[in-house]
Design a protein around this ligand. Structure first.
Ligand code: MN
Length: 340
């Protein structure tokens, strides 16, 4: 009887928190519409097997977890904290959605917008030289990955590549931003027609880039609140470092070296992450970068010292305290520089 009373509430609850199920979108054109630059069989396998597998595996990876109601952007942004299955398959799904969006046969392509064209000319001199940069990023990506044109949190354009199914939204990407054009350089994207000749595939794929859609993506990216979140997220690396610094330095001030001895590796890792995260535009200057470099080196020194076996623990602690104090000073130097 009780169960019956609960039923409407259970139904309401599941209605309110609808579990996210990702689906494979249809390709906007027939498989053979991308010929001769990409052959029909490649399109069919790429879409129906590879992309479909990312969708299925993503759904499996998040099933029954709180990630069922997490947004795609959030899955991507915190990729470093998630399992390989979530990172690879969320990336795979997002990246391929973008790829299908921006590819079109010549007749269906729309021209580039004035806004994007101006931004490209201002930064890269011409669309041609931008294409060369993207080709260079794509051909020098070792193994599988993607080459990107990205809108950065500063609202600029950037070109780089990422490995596997990573992308610029992810915290594992050294540079962050919203991708508006991506070129898949996995062999599954070109092997049947081009075999190992990635350069020939890159020569062909530009014939399929729909600059009109890339322009639409540019227009929405520059006003997307996600850019501010990415900027803030990168700066969180400082807060993240600060936490471990405080939890190891302050006990050491009271002659408790246990936290520092056990967490020196973590402190060093946070220093690396901090150095690699791009600071917000307003504080991204050579002085800050220099201090972050020194901080990383100092934390490495501390970590090595902490791991070194010693018969004289008191002497070792004294040395450790001297070095952690230096690191603490550099950290406050960074903070001070940032508030200028
Ligand atoms: Mn692919």
């Amino acid at each position: 009887m009780k169960k019956h009373l609960l039923l409407p509430f259970v139904a309401l609850y599941s209605f309110l928190s609808i579990a996210q199920v990702y689906t494979l979108p249809n390709l906007p054109f027939a498989f053979d519409a991308y010929e001769p630059y990409v052959d029909a069989q490649t399109m069919e396998i790429h879409h129906g097997k590879h992309h479909a597998a990312y969708v299925n595996n993503l759904n499996k990876a998040i099933a029954g977890t709180s990630m069922e109601t997490t947004s795609m952007n959030n899955l991507l942004m915190y990729a470093s904290f998630r399992s390989a299955a979530v990172r690879n398959n969320a990336g795979g799904h997002y990246n391929h959605n973008l790829f299908w969006d921006i590819l079109a046969p010549k007749a269906a392509q729309k021209p580039i917008s004035d806004a994007l064209q101006t931004a490209i000319i201002n930064q890269f001199k011409s669309v041609d030289s931008l294409q060369k940069l993207i080709n260079n990023a794509a051909s020098t990506r070792f193994g599988s990955g993607w080459a990107w044109l990205v809108v950065t949190p500063e609202g600029k354009l950037a070109v780089y590549s990422t490995a596997n199914q990573d992308n610029p939204i992810m915290d594992v990407s050294k540079e962050r931003g919203i991708p508006i054009l991506g070129i898949d350089v996995w062999e599954h994207a070109y092997y049947l027609k081009y075999q190992n000749k990635r350069g020939d595939y890159l020569g062909g794929i530009w014939n399929l880039i729909n600059w009109g859609v890339v322009s639409d993506k540019y227009a929405s990216a520059v006003t997307d609140p996600l850019l501010k979140e990415l900027e803030k997220d990168n700066w969180l690396a400082l807060k993240d470092f600060h936490k471990v610094m405080a939890q190891t330095f302050h006990p050491a001030e009271e002659n408790n070296f246990e936290p520092l001895l056990t967490r020196s590796g973590e402190l060093y890792a946070k220093a690396i992450l901090l150095k690699n995260a791009t600071p917000p535009a307003s504080v991204n200057n050579p002085k800050v970068q220099d201090a972050l470099n020194r901080l990383e080196k100092q934390c490495l020194l501390i970590h090595q010292l902490a791991q070194k076996p010693s018969k004289n623990q008191a002497a070792k602690n004294e040395q450790l305290f001297e070095q952690i104090t230096k690191a603490h000073d550099i950290f406050h130097e960074v903070e001070g520089l940032c508030h200028d």
